[in-house]
Design a protein around this ligand. Structure first.
Ligand code: GCU
Length: 389
């Protein structure tokens, strides 16, 4: 289907190309009352909120009412000098404390900011879902999962938080970390109560709160980055918090960047068997009934428009399913066209090591196993150099 319309507020007589719907996924462009979205305003005012609501209710759950939670943030340590990245950066350790009635919980993150910058710099927030060795603030253990030194030398600031400090990554009845604040929800969880992924996304937004206060960081140019379960979270963080200019998702697969219908590898049943606590209870309805979902994962990625989104995959990651991951981008592409923007520079899936960096939707597919490594980071930074610097 191809339809044309004229948008007065943008520069182009836009052509919206709706891709073939081979997998019978719900339309991004048809609202719940059956009418079609015909403009960027319509998308932002009507369709986007509907999509967000469906994902909250059916898949990820909703945030609790946080109006009685008092959140304070403080820099508890600040260091620079020879021992901190050979004098190239300042390291700030930030503690976020949340208090509700007599309950509280704290998580912390470390921020590195280049010292030689003449003006505020763009920044990355890494969602570290692996052991702390992968985002060691002391930088004694270096990991390509979070190459902070390279990020600094390329003129960016960066911060990483550890997901397990925010909410545990195992089934424990929603008792620790963030969950301590809402015992009444843990005891009697509504079917649309928050899962763990959305709470990790909440933490990414708290890092953004800090960036807004930090004079040497340009908070309008922040990318949130995550791998696998962290990549599902980075897309969710970007969808929920429009302050993020870019969401980067590595190998996020099922319930992340891959279309579920017709997907190979992990299914909804398999993810819920091992990780039920990541999601709202309602998601279970779709085990074995994926065709009945009133959404698919293109809904999640579409929420980034008109902001930037970047996904990466690995040739051997059959569990995540690179073809279904790319299919999502094909389906989201026309949403960018609605804004008069180029989404994907091509709709054929690229060969490995042929990154697509031109459009607002970036992507690469690299030879190798399920991982986020230095090749991926080089691509992410090349892309941000081009679109955010
Ligand atoms: C499991 C899970 C995936 C997830 C991955 C990870 O394999 O099934 O959905 O992406 O863990 O986070 O590494």
């Amino acid at each position: 289907m191809v339809f044309y319309f004229y948008k007065h507020h943008t520069r182009l007589n836009m052509k919206i190309e709706i891709p073939e719907n081979k997998r019978n996924i719900p339309s991004l462009f048809v609202c719940s009352d059956g009418t079609e979205v015909t403009s960027a305003e319509d998308w932002m005012n009507r369709r986007r909120p509907e999509i967000l609501e469906i994902l909250h209710r059916e898949e990820y759950g909703r945030y609790p009412d946080m109006s009685d939670v008092r959140i304070t943030m403080k820099v508890v340590a600040e260091r620079s000098g020879e021992k901190i990245m050979n004098g190239r950066a300042v390291r700030k350790t930030v503690e976020v404390e949340s208090v509700r009635n007599d309950r509280h919980f704290i998580f912390s993150f470390d921020v590195f900011i280049p010292l030689n910058a003449k003006k505020p710099v763009p920044a990355f927030v890494e969602i570290c879902n692996r052991g702390s060795m992968n985002c060691d603030p002391a930088r004694e253990v270096l990991s390509t999962f979070y190459p902070a030194e390279t990020i600094i030398s390329r003129g960016y600031a960066c911060a990483a938080f550890r997901t397990h400090e925010v909410a545990p990554d195992y089934e424990e009845g929603f008792q620790t970390g963030f969950h301590r604040l809402f015992p009444e929800i843990s005891e009697n969880r509504p079917a649309d109560a928050y899962g763990t992924l959305i709470i990790w996304a909440w933490a990414a937004s708290r890092v953004m709160d800090f960036f807004e206060q930090e004079p040497m960081i340009d908070e309008k140019k922040v990318a949130v980055v995550g791998h696998s379960r962290g990549g599902k979270t980075s897309l969710l963080a970007g969808a929920l918090d429009e302050r993020f200019a870019l969401a980067i998702s590595s190998c996020s697969g099922n319930s992340g960047d891959a279309i579920t219908r017709g997907k190979s590898g992990e299914t909804v049943g398999q993810i819920l068997d091992r990780f039920p606590y990541w999601f709202a209870g309602n998601y279970k309805k779709y085990i074995g009934h994926e065709d009945e979902m009133p959404f698919d994962q293109h809904f999640l990625v579409s929420l980034m428009a008109p902001r930037l989104v970047y996904t990466s995959t690995k040739t051997n990651d059959a569990w995540a399913d690179p073809a279904s991951e790319f299919e999502t981008l094909i389906q989201v592409n026309p949403v960018y066209q609605l804004f008069g923007l180029e989404g994907l520079q091509q709709t054929e899936r690229p060969l490995p090591e042929q990154p697509l960096h031109e459009g607002c939707i970036g992507h690469h597919h690299k030879t190798g196993d399920h991982n986020m490594d230095d090749y991926d980071w080089d691509q992410y930074m090349d892309y941000t150099d081009r679109h955010l610097k």
